[in-house]
Design a protein around this ligand. Structure first.
Ligand code: COA
Length: 185
């Protein structure tokens, strides 16, 4: 189902960081301490060169989903953590000229309606880079199914980020993203 009542558009996520983190807390599971840490990280991320964010907003203005990302910077923490894993799998080249999806979250009440697919497709369509990379918890989740349907494949698995209890998979896809079974953007 495509939820056309939810509008996908650029959003000042730094100004709405508390709303965004409330969505992420419900969708992904964050406690109050993690939200406090994330608030600083998100605001800093959004100041990175080329960082862009899209929000999914209801007719009455509520933020029910968001995505943001930026061109990969090989000196950034995320890139330095995944680089050795990609080197081992021979996919280090994916770190160059690549648009990183940093966060994608949809409020549980609005999941399964095509909002997540519209968010990530619209964000990457706005990039002129030839590829996109991201990390996702290394388990069979709705997120992993969505990413695969968009053309992302596994570049490395069992990737350990310091402080994250669960291993991640790093995935990459050529841009523009494949149009999946869910259809439009
Ligand atoms: C991942 C997430 C953003 C997807 O958003 P969404 O709006 O529910 O996704 P969509 O409705 O656009 O669904 C797109 C695809 O995702 C997959 N998907 C969605 N829900 C699924 C489910 N319950 N089980 C399996 N696959 C699922 C399907 O491939 C679906 O495509 P289809 O509709 O053609 O079958 C959302 O589930 C979410 O916020 N999850 C928790 C947070 C999270 O894991 N974020 C990603 C961090 S890496």
């Amino acid at each position: 189902m495509d939820d056309t009542e939810v509008v996908i558009a650029p959003v000042d996520l730094a100004a709405r960081v508390d709303e965004a983190l409330a969505v992420q807390a419900l969708a992904f599971g964050l406690d109050d301490a993690e939200v406090a840490v994330r608030r600083h990280i998100v605001v800093r991320h959004l100041l990175s060169p080329g960082a862009r964010a899209l929000g999914a907003t209801t007719a009455d203005g509520r933020l029910v989903g968001f995505v943001y990302g930026m061109p990969n910077d090989r000196s950034h923490w995320w890139s330095t953590v995944v680089e050795p894993y990609l080197r081992v799998s021979g996919s280090e080249g994916w770190l160059a000229d690549s648009f990183v999806i940093t966060e994608l979250h949809v409020h549980p009440a609005y999941q399964g309606r095509g909002v997540g697919r519209r968010l990530i497709t619209a964000l990457t369509d706005g990039s002129d880079l030839p590829r996109s990379i991201l990390s996702a918890i290394d388990t069979e989740s709705p997120a992993r199914a969505l990413y695969r349907s968009l053309g992302y494949t596994d570049l490395a698995r069992r990737v350990h980020f310091p402080s994250a209890p669960r291993p991640y998979a790093v995935m990459g896809a050529p841009l523009p993203l494949r149009r999946g079974s869910g259809g439009g953007n």
